[in-house]
Write a protein of this length. Structure first.
Length: 401
């Protein structure tokens, strides 16, 4: 049994899980959901790996938010209503929300089920647990050269800042270790402060590290917010309902919308002028970056909005080279910025980053319903839809994908 507790701080998590949790309580307080772990590489895990994951999830029951973390969020996350901190103060994780097992071929299976406002805070923490545990239990920790990690991160920062990129660390979920992500954040901040740059290291999605290094926590929402609504009410108006719910909770703050849950076309039909003015910009997380950007630019122009006044966040499998290349052409059309994850927090010689996700797969409006409605995600990368094949086909027909 691994004695180390991998997640030791409540806010060792992505900000968007907390902001979504707040919006869920505000708009869908009785919603129930199911999540499923997906390993896209079909990894064979060591014997007993599920037991180790289960043990780490049990240890989460001892992780509670501190006054220091709440005070930091009150200062830096001004848009979160004060009642939410009362909720977080009383929040406790429960092993009862989670099932973990390995099949005969030692593939890993993880499922969450329960109230959406509870289970939503498990995803990033459990992915970080699986990723770090994998390197520990496959004896790869000796390959994690942290001195080299700092040097590489500093050099990436020099290149990005020198190219004028506005960017953030999004790397919690598939990091090699907590220490790796901390060194990335430390290097990026120290590089930013070393001289004046045309670019900006905005901060990190990891709230705890933002607090520790006095940075801005960065993030808005994930696909699950739209996908759950699509499951409960249907995909045709899911984006419209999501934008309404988000604006109800945050009143124009956190105004970057993730549009690609059910494809560009159905989103575009939901993206009316009032929403386009209310939201500060859009996030591209799948598809060809340039092609998606031009669709966004054209949509803003159709609505008589100058796209150069809008932010477009690129977060689709980025590395330093891709971000700099996008910056070169995107700056003429919009205010580009970048969320970069695994390339920052799992870039070690001889270590393969894991290709793992946890997706919301079913939802129901209240606990009194006797059945769940399946949902899925229709990626702009045509081969990367997630969900049951029959559900994907049904949703594609519904939105004329």
């Amino acid at each position: 049994m691994v004695k180390k507790q991998i997640i030791q701080h409540f806010t060792d998590d992505d900000l968007y899980k907390l902001s979504m949790c707040c919006a869920v309580i505000d708009n869908f307080p009785r919603a129930q959901v199911k999540y499923q772990f997906v390993d896209r590489d079909n990894t064979v895990y060591p014997e007993g790996f599920a037991d180790e994951v289960r043990h780490q999830i049990e240890l989460l029951e001892n992780v509670v938010i501190t006054d220091e973390e709440i005070n930091f969020m009150r200062r830096r996350c001004y848009y979160i209503p004060d009642w939410f901190y009362v909720y977080l103060k009383g929040f406790r994780f429960s092993r009862d929300w989670v099932r973990v097992w390995q099949d005969e071929e030692r593939h890993l299976h993880i499922e969450f089920e329960g109230n959406w406002s509870h289970t939503i805070l498990l995803e990033v923490k459990v992915l970080a647990i699986v990723s770090e545990l994998y390197y520990i239990l496959t004896n790869q920790t000796d390959k994690l050269d942290y001195e080299e990690c700092y040097k590489r991160s500093y050099h990436k920062a020099e290149r990005l800042l020198g190219a004028g990129c506005v960017y953030s660390d999004f790397g919690t979920r598939r990091r090699a270790s907590f220490k790796a992500e901390e060194l990335v954040v430390k290097a990026m901040k120290e590089c930013q402060e070393s001289k004046k740059w045309s670019g900006v290291f905005v901060g990190t999605s990891n709230v705890y590290l933002a607090m520790k290094y006095n940075l801005t926590p960065v993030g808005t929402m994930a696909h699950e917010f739209i996908c759950a609504i699509g499951g409960m009410y249907g995909p045709q108006m899911a984006n419209h309902m999501a934008m309404e719910a988000w604006s109800h909770t945050f009143r124009g703050a956190l105004g970057t919308f993730l549009y690609d849950s059910f494809g560009w076309e159905i989103f575009s039909m939901n993206f009316s002028e009032d929403f386009a003015n209310l939201f500060k910009g859009l996030r591209i997380d799948s598809g060809d970056n340039k092609e998606q950007l031009m669709k966004i630019v054209e949509k803003y122009r159709q609505l008589n909005i100058d796209p150069r006044s809008k932010q477009v966040i690129f977060s689709n499998a980025l590395d330093t080279d891709r971000a700099i290349a996008i910056q070169e052409y995107a700056r003429d059309y919009c205010q580009p910025s970048f969320g970069i994850g695994t390339h920052f927090t799992n870039d070690f010689e001889g270590v393969k980053p894991m290709n793992i996700v946890i997706k919301l797969v079913a939802a129901k409006i209240t606990e009194s319903w006797t059945f769940y409605n399946d949902t899925c995600k229709l990626s702009e990368d045509r081969g990367k839809h997630t969900g049951k094949p029959e559900v994907i086909e049904r949703f594609k027909i519904a939105v004329n994908y």
